[in-house]
Design a protein around this ligand. Structure first.
Ligand SMILES: NC(=O)c1ccc[n+]([C@@H]2O[C@H](COP(=O)([O-])OP(=O)(O)OC[C@H]3O[C@@H](n4cnc5c(N)ncnc54)[C@H](O)[C@@H]3O)[C@@H](O)[C@H]2O)c1
Ligand SMILES: O=C(O)C(=O)C[C@@H](O)[C@H](O)[C@H](O)COP(=O)(O)O
Ligand SMILES: [Zn+2]
Length: 366
């Protein structure tokens, strides 16, 4: 895999189809992504950690355009409505017209917020995802879910707004801290756990290589996960059905992230713990076998991911946060559970008592 021959995976959505390019040196491959910019204006949204590392590489490709950058402070807490307003003010300052393009350079926080800002400006302009975390490459940059958090919960405000292209330059992963890298692996495991048992078995077989950040294993894991997600999104762009499966572990995980005020668990870490809680709930409801839970836990541990609810969390508070999850209907919890590895399903009307039992057990195990 190199700059001249990246892996290309198309997200097929008719006239709004777009390529996901995965390879080395892609931020500097200006000829490739510059063709995606239609107008005269571009706003690069990044953050104070990523911009010093990679903004210059992107800036060289914007020569001749009216462009500027807007940098967020680092962290999930900055995926906020207030920052959307600031990005929109930056677009206004640039004089951005409807053919302008927002470029999201960073992890999922930058991508979600920049994408939502692009969806709002003049009722929707182009944006390009340039993911620089593993999590953003395998998940958040693909599929067009954009949005921000509210104090009441994660991603409560947002829009489906697809990017024009995704430029995943895997060279950027060399500077990614190990904890962030591992958090990205959780979303890879999730894809396999939902609907691809052979991929799950491949992850088990390559867990040591992935934990050691072996280049070939990482590149293959990225491509396999993106191919899987692109297929789901193409079949169900706005989550009327199948796409909800991509939320495995998220009802619990989002509650854990929010309860910790984004200072305790990273998103991917919340998903790791959340998947395990979903597996235990599946077991409790008689849907799945304990062996599958154990297999999931072993893989997460091998990849260096947390598997326990952090100390000090309260089951009732977590349940209250779960009640605001977007999948719920008619005041009832709707969760993604599984029958076995690779066979997840949407389960409505889950009794709160069962969820609480799983939470209590996890918080104070016997
Ligand atoms: N839209 C979706 O479909 C979707 C999917 C999954 C997650 N998400 C969202 O994505 C967010 C999590 O994304 P994330 O895990 O990328 O977190 P993040 O955006 O906070 O990035 C993680 C950390 O890595 C730093 N960083 C980024 N790239 C770097 C690099 N190359 N080198 C060094 N440091 C780098 C960032 O500054 C940050 O400190 C959450 O808000 C989550 O809700 C959205
Ligand atoms: O793309 C999707 O669909 C997902 O659910 C991917 C998730 O990994 C991601 O965290 C997403 O942001 C969650 O969305 P939400 O609808 O639960 O807010
Ligand atoms: Zn996620």
């Amino acid at each position: 895999m190199n700059a001249s021959s990246p892996t290309t995976i198309d997200v097929t959505l008719g006239a709004r189809s777009y390529p996901v390019w995965i390879g080395r040196g892609l931020l500097g491959d200006h000829a490739r992504w510059r063709t995606m910019l239609r107008g005269r204006h571009a706003l690069v949204v990044s953050n104070t950690t990523v911009a010093p590392l990679y903004l210059e590489r992107v800036a060289q490709g914007l020569d001749g355009l009216d462009w500027s950058s807007f940098l967020l402070d680092d962290g999930e807490a900055h995926k906020s409505f207030a920052n959307v307003e600031r990005v929109l003010a930056a677009l206004a300052g640039l004089g951005a017209t409807r053919d302008a393009c927002v470029i999201a350079l960073g992890g999922g926080v930058v991508g979600d917020l920049a994408g939502f800002s692009a969806a709002c400006w003049m009722r929707g302009i182009d944006f390009i995802q340039m993911p620089t975390t593993l999590l953003a490459m395998v998940d958040s940059s693909v599929g067009g879910k954009t949005g921000v958090n509210l104090p009441a919960g994660k991603n409560l405000v947002g829009a489906f707004h697809q990017p024009r292209a995704v430029v995943a330059d895997i060279d950027t992963l060399t500077t990614l801290p190990v904890r962030e890298y591992r958090a990205g692996l959780a979303e890879v495991v999730k894809g396999a756990a939902i609907g691809d048992e052979p991929f799950f078995a491949w992850l088990e077989a390559h867990a040591d290589a992935l934990a050691a950040r072996d280049d070939d294993a990482v590149a293959e894991a990225i491509a396999r996960k993106v191919r899987y997600k692109a297929g789901v999104v193409a079949r169900d762009e706005t989550e009327q059905g199948e796409r909800a499966l991509l939320n495995l572990g998220h009802t619990f995980g989002h509650a854990l992230e929010t309860a910790g005020r984004y200072a305790t668990l990273l998103h991917g870490e919340g998903v790791a713990v959340g998947m395990l809680l979903a597996a235990r709930l599946s077991e409790r409801l008689g849907m799945a076998a304990a062996d599958d839970t154990a297999r999931l836990q072993r893989l997460l541990e091998k990849l260096g991911l947390p598997v326990a609810v952090p100390a000090g969390m309260d089951a009732q508070q977590l349940l209250a946060l779960m009640r605001l999850d977007k999948k719920n209907t008619a005041g009832k919890l709707r969760l993604i559970l599984w029958r076995s590895i690779g066979e997840a399903e949407i389960v409505g009307g889950v009794a709160e008592a069962q969820v609480l039992a799983v939470l209590h057990e996890a918080i104070a195990p016997r």
